[in-house]
Ligand binder design. Sequence first.
Ligand SMILES: [Zn+2]
Length: 81
Amino acid sequence: MARIVLLLGLVVLALFWALGRRRGPTGSGRSPQAPTGRASEPRTMVRCARCGLHLPQTEAVQDSTGHWFCSEAHRAQGAAE
Ligand SMILES: [Zn+2]
């Protein structure tokens, strides 16, 4: 019986720990327009028009025609035919 009580205590402690982590120090700077905004926000992935590499849009380079590239060098070479 004492083991069950001990186990329940551990479960409650783990729950409190998990809830405390979720609130965390980064919980205050959330914008109201992003309801899904958590620590791991899904990033928009784009494909390099030259080599086909997938990379986050924030790290990609876009040319005047709207194509995305993985690097400045591939942007200079242009999209593959
Ligand atoms: Zn590329």
